[in-house]
Design a protein around this ligand. Structure first.
Ligand code: ZN
Ligand code: ZN
Length: 176
C-alpha cells in the first residue's frame, strides 16, 4: 500500500515507522514538523485516533478527546495531503515551526478542502527528549469544493492511494 500522506513511498517505509511503532519506539516521533504533519494525515486516513491524540502538544491535548477524533476521522474519506510550504528545517532549535497544508477529503457527499497554517511546538516527551508536536492552526479555507453525484465515478479513483483497476461509481464506493 502506498502511504496516504502522498510521499510516493510505501506505507511501511514511510508513516508506519511512526504510527505502527509508536509504542515500541518509546513514543519516537518524526524529527521534522512536516513529517509529523504527514504522519498525522496518514493516521486520519487509517482512523488511528490514538496516534493523532498523542501527537497533539500537551497544551492542546486537554481540549481533545480520542472519541471525537475517531468520530471525525471516520466520517471522512481522506484523499490527499498537499504541503504548500513549511518553515521546517533540520537542526532548528526554535520552539515553534509552521507548516501550511491542504487536506482533501470526502464528507457529506462532497469533495472538501481544508487549508491550514499550523503551528508545531518542540517540547519534552515522557523520556525527557525534545519532540515536535502539533499545537494549533489558523484555518484559511474549509469548504465543499464539489458535490459528488451518486452515479459518477468515485473521486477516490483519481487519487494515488486508491489502486483500483475498475472504476467504481460513487454509490458503490465511498458513498455512505
Ligand atoms: Zn507517509
Ligand atoms: Zn471511492
Amino acid at each position: 500500500m502506498l502511504c496516504p500522506c502522498g510521499s510516493k513511498q510505501s506505507y511501511v517505509n514511510c508513516c508506519a515507522q511512526y504510527i505502527e511503532k509508536f509504542i515500541e519506539n518509546n513514543n519516537r516521533l518524526p524529527e521534522l514538523p512536516e513529517q509529523l504533519m504527514r504522519s498525522r494525515f496518514t493516521a486520519y486516513a487509517l482512523n488511528n485516533a490514538h496516534y493523532i491524540f498523542a501527537t497533539y502538544a500537551k497544551a492542546s491535548q486537554s481540549q481533545q478527546s480520542i472519541d471525537d477524533i475517531q468520530e471525525w476521522s471516520s466520517q471522512c474519506k481522506w484523499l490527499e495531503l498537499i504541503i504548500h510550504n513549511t518553515s521546517s528545517r533540520e537542526s532548528d532549535e526554535s520552539e515553534y515551526q509552521f507548516v501550511e497544508f491542504s487536506a482533501i477529503f470526502i464528507h457529506d457527499n462532497s469533495i472538501c478542502e481544508m487549508r491550514e497554517h499550523s503551528r508545531f511546538k518542540r517540547e519534552k516527551n515522557s523520556h525527557n527528549e525534545m519532540v515536535w508536536r502539533y499545537l494549533d492552526g489558523n484555518i484559511l479555507k474549509n469548504e465543499a469544493v464539489k458535490h459528488i453525484s451518486r452515479n459518477e465515478t468515485c473521486p477516490c479513483q483519481n487519487y494515488f492511494n486508491k489502486q483500483s483497476r475498475k472504476a467504481k461509481k460513487y454509490k458503490h464506493c465511498c458513498a455512505r
